[in-house]
Write a protein that binds this ligand. Sequence first.
Ligand code: UD1
Ligand code: UDP
Length: 366
Amino acid sequence: MSEHVVFVLGTRPEIIKLAPVIHACSDAKIPYTIVHTGQHYSETLDSVFFEQLELPDPDYNLGVGSGSHGKQTGEMLIGVEQVLEEIDPETVLVQGDTNSVLAGAIATSKMDIDLGHVEAGLRSFDRSMPEETNRIVADHISEYLFAPTVQSEQQLRREGIEEERITVTGNTVVDAVYRNRTLAREKSTVLSTLGLDGRPFFLMTAHRAENVDDEDRFRSILRGVDRAAHERDVEVVYPIHPRAEQRLAEFDIEVPERIRTIEPQEYLDFLRLEAAAELIVTDSGGVQEEACILGVPCVTMRDSTERPETIEVGANRLCGTDPAAIARSVDEMLGADTGWENPFGDGNASERILEALGVSIERGVA
Ligand code: UD1
Ligand code: UDP
């Protein structure tokens, strides 16, 4: 590699998890360009993270926005290809499993440019999830695969990917959490703003298509979380993703009183809420990891997870969307020993990624 790196990103989790790699590039004085697909565009899912994580504005924003999978991915593919033709970089980095990743990966793989996939080798083994298709395709067409754990590396090897292409780096989410958790503790006033200081509460997120686009599943989730909260006599704080908010309106669902929906939170406030919560209930990938890193018990309202490490260390439990199963899992996780080891690395994943690309920089993360 690597005179010039292009980051193709488009959604909240990609901004958060690529931010440490972008900062590492800046530190190492590697020239880079940020190409934003525009998949996320609402301020609360997008620009607020660029500001708070002190990232430069994207050099390009393709402004693709929302749409069906084919339309959204197709428009991003055309846009990314045009930009890559113009910039002609040595390397493109994508992170995760969204449609932005799929488009960035496919566009790159058809050109004479190396592709690196950050967070490679995750599998839910549920092919009905669009994310599963996206990550499998990105992995199989990448030159550099940055696996967060040995388990994800082994999965890639089982799929026939050559050892030389894979580097176990840890997950860059650890870099992001380590870099920001003290700041969150010092700067965020979210607990007092929400009247949560000194009060036990559960933090909830639910936004995955397989849950909130299905009226029965979404109702079931809300019933289950409400039941668990009643049993513990706590409030639930639910920063709500716009997809979920739209579905609430469309299905005419009334959110139970104990669940307080609030706007999507900026990163420091969300980290503060995660760290202070008694327990987290979620269907998010990144939130499962962060709960595990922060030592907060987690219950995942899905039938599968591509983060089995969180379950193996005892930090997380899968419960699907049945109300009784949600309440039971919450109860069990609240009784769990929280002294587990973080399986996602030491907070130096970004530096390892750059090293694997042939760049040597000084170690050390705040
Ligand atoms: C996408 C990812 C998902 C990831 C999530 C992170 C895919 C297939 N899915 O889901 O894996 O967990 O991002 O948050 O890539 N909307 C807004 N403002 C925005 C963006 C979206 O209001 O800035 C609304 C629109 O109504 C849109 C809906 O949310 O139709 C869904 O957006 P979309 O980008 O299709 O998928 P996400 O649910 O965000
Ligand atoms: N997040 C945030 N504010 C919120 C909800 C989530 O900053 O209100 C962060 C969270 O800390 C994590 C990331 O968003 O780093 C997870 O993104 P999301 O749940 O949207 O996507 P997924 O990880 O499921 O793909």
